[in-house]
Design a protein around this ligand. Structure first.
Ligand code: AHM
Ligand code: MG
Length: 337
């Protein structure tokens, strides 16, 4: 028999949990429910361009259902897949102002789910990669319905995080604190199969990723860093190449695999940048550190920031360790060339 093994995400989750004696199975049940929600979203995302052809009439599709915007659809698909399993005490979604309570008639559990249902949605109509991002925490309140306090935890307390990328193929990349693993959806059998085991980011890369349209709003330190990346220097592989998808999952996936740096800095219009700490910064920072990389706001570690609000924003510098350290030196004015 060959050594070749097909490992579904379900098997990977169960085997991971088995390695922890005393685990109740609740965590693997939770991740399984999530993977199902992702398949439902994938099914809708993959027919996005067909909506007109399949006959959406005003606000109704051919089945008489209301046609929803995909991000609202994704938000509800996750909530409805996760509200009744008894694993969660509360959820929060980037699509919703306040926390999402578990309906009273369902049991509550010990975990908290924070999610960005469909990130990068401005890319949908161009058929460019979009994604779902998620984070799991243990609750801090003792029992019963969860609350805002359960959600507002610093990122280092995450017990798992990951994203789904709906791209040229659909992938789940996740970590439970034991390395970063990627699974690719085989649509013919509807299963996510292990395709990228233990992803490690290179210590230094040669790609930078940032929305350079904001250049004139940046600080001097930030501008100096970009000039540095564009200079010619063989020894440090400069100039770097620029790549920017404009969908965080796509930009992070490339950064994890090829190395380099992704940035969404503060600027004169957005003093905390654009990205949200809890829905985007923390899960990506958790994955990046698990893969051997680094994530800061230019001054401090993303995972150490104590969130004050569900939707607060943070500047983000994330990727290969050496690249992020150099970016910090420029941002902090410790060097200018
Ligand atoms: P969204 O939550 O409204 O989809 O915005 C998040 C997206 C990220 O995926 C991406 O990294 C960033 O916004 C791009 O922003 P910009 O268009 O300003 O470059
Ligand atoms: Mg988002």
């Amino acid at each position: 028999m060959s050594e070749y093994k097909i490992i579904t995400i379900e098997r990977h989750i169960i085997e991971g949990e088995r390695a922890h004696p005393g685990a109740s199975g609740s965590f693997s049940g939770l991740l399984r429910d999530l993977a199902l929600a992702f398949k439902v979203i994938w099914r809708e995302v993959s027919k996005a361009g067909l909506v007109d052809i399949l006959g959406s009439m005003g606000h109704e599709n051919i089945h008489g259902d209301e046609v929803k915007k995909l991000d609202v659809f994704a938000h509800e698909a996750i909530y409805k897949s996760m509200d009744h399993g008894g694993h969660l005490c509360v959820m929060a979604s980037e699509e919703n102002e306040d926390v999402l309570n578990i309906p009273e008639h369902y049991p509550t559990g010990k975990y908290v789910l924070i999610y960005d249902p469909l990130d990068g949605s401005s890319n949908i109509d161009a058929n460019v990669t979009i994604g779902t991002i998620f984070s799991l925490y243990r609750r801090v309140t003792p029992s019963g319905p969860g609350s805002l306090d359960d959600c507002l935890q610093p990122g280092y307390k995450q017990v798992a995080a990951g994203y789904v990328m709906y791209g040229s193929s659909t992938m789940i990349v996740y970590s439970t604190g034991n390395g970063v693993h990627g699974f690719t959806l085989d649509p013919s059998i509807g299963e996510f199969l292990l395709s990228h085991e233990n992803i490690r980011i290179p210590k230094r890369g040669k790609i930078y990723s940032v929305n350079e349209g904001n250049y004139h709003r940046w600080t001097e330190g930030m501008k100096n860093y970009i000039h540095y990346l564009q200079e010619e220097d063989n020894a440090s592989n400069r100039p770097y190449s620029a790549r920017y998808v404009g969908s965080l999952v796509g930009d992070i996936q490339r950064t994890l695999l090829y190395g380099g740096i992704f940035m969404y800095p503060a600027d004169s219009k957005n003093p905390n940048g654009k990205l949200r700490l809890m829905y985007e910064g923390n899960p990506m920072a958790f994955l990046m550190e698990q893969a051997g990389g680094r994530a800061t706001d230019g001054f401090k570690r993303i995972l150490d920031i104590q969130p004050r609000k569900l939707h607060e924003r943070t500047p983000l510098f994330i990727g290969s360790e050496e690249d992020v350290v150099i970016a910090e030196q420029f941002l902090q004015g410790k060097r200018d060339h």
